[in-house]
Design a protein around this ligand. Sequence first.
Ligand SMILES: Nc1ncnc2c1ncn2[C@@H]1O[C@H](COP(=O)(O)OP(=O)(O)OP(=O)(O)O)[C@@H](O)[C@H]1O
Ligand code: SF4
Ligand SMILES: [Mg+2]
Length: 394
Amino acid sequence: MASEKKKSTYISGRESRRISRFNRRVTRRLEKERADANKDPKLYTTQMKDPNNVVEFDNVCTYFFTDVGVVKAVDGVSYEIPVGKTVGVVGESGCGKSVTSLSLMQLLQRPTGQTVGGEIRFNLGDGSAYNIVNTPNAIMEKIRGNRISMIFQEPMTALNPVFRIGQQVDEVTQLHHPEMSKEDVKARTLQMLELVGIANKEGVYDMYPHELSGGMRQRVCIAIALACSPSLIIADEPTTALDVTIQAQILDLLQNLKDKLNSSIMLITHDLGVVAGMADYVVVMYAGRVVEKGTTDDIYHHPSHPYTIGLMKSKPVVGKKVEELYNIPGNVPNPVEMPNYCYFRDRCEMQCERCKGEYPPEIRISDTHIVTCYRYMDEGEVVGHPKSVDVEAL
Ligand SMILES: Nc1ncnc2c1ncn2[C@@H]1O[C@H](COP(=O)(O)OP(=O)(O)OP(=O)(O)O)[C@@H](O)[C@H]1O
Ligand code: SF4
Ligand SMILES: [Mg+2]
């Protein structure tokens, strides 16, 4: 009976009311906790596991409390971003790449979206850290833009069409440095525009976004993101809206500026070519979980998880003629009712007897390379298990 009920794609009026009541109760409590400005700092300060990391995601669970049930968009995600390095996050649409970054910025669509478990440790520079999951709003406002900034996919929508470029860059500097005079702010804006390779900086200062090309607009967005020399830049599909030649220029620019500022980059993209050219480390996500992580060399030259192997096969290679590009058969499981076995099993061409068991553990197959797949049980050491949160207990 229970399994029949689960398979149904419809929910009754009664069930719908139960879900709404449950969502209200949980999200109200979580919102109340988050709004508490006088929270004891002990509740949100902690230590980095490794002070050489700028961010450590540790079993992060971010769920959406929707009308049809709880969507486990990010469920037990763990990875690190080392200081001064670029970490590429790849995976198909809907696998939780953006939700992970929005959890770090506390910019989820609330109250529906909530981080309900795990820790996101953000290094304050001396090895002490904020656990972003519990950090109150007032402190987050100082972290966003100042210490962590974001570059979005579509520069036209990221910029305000009714304000001049100069005003928009000035505003960011002013907000984070209220002590600076108007002249100093303008001088800094011009300096930033020059830094991102805009030759006619005085002219562009007085222009509106629609007067610039897509590439120029993305340069302005980068100038805004870097105005406060953040220690982490989150670039979510930064070049998807640009043509190929401009893409390469923008990526070069980002990489150079990152080195100048000694920042780190979290680079989210569908494009495996972009990651190969720019990232030091790669994290592969599937259905809200990390299935493989390692150095760029590990992932490109020794892809180990069947999903990563499929991704690599589906990538076009210059100079190689193929009749048809490989595509991974099947679909991602329903996010409201994830199975209790490997999420990739129904699409996996390499499954074995062990795969009938529960979700596979994280297995270290080299110093830098971790894969979540039973195929490697005898080759490596189990180093962890992605952990879900029991929503009924919330
Ligand atoms: N506001 C929301 N309400 C409900 N579910 C959401 C919401 N935002 C995201 N999700 C769900 O979270 C999951 C992860 O979404 P996310 O945006 O992180 O995907 P992504 O990996 O960034 O995909 P893309 O490559 O298309 O940007 C998706 O299954 C999506 O349905
Ligand atoms: S655990 Fe099994 S089913 Fe899952 S990806 Fe590995 S081989 Fe495939
Ligand atoms: Mg996204």
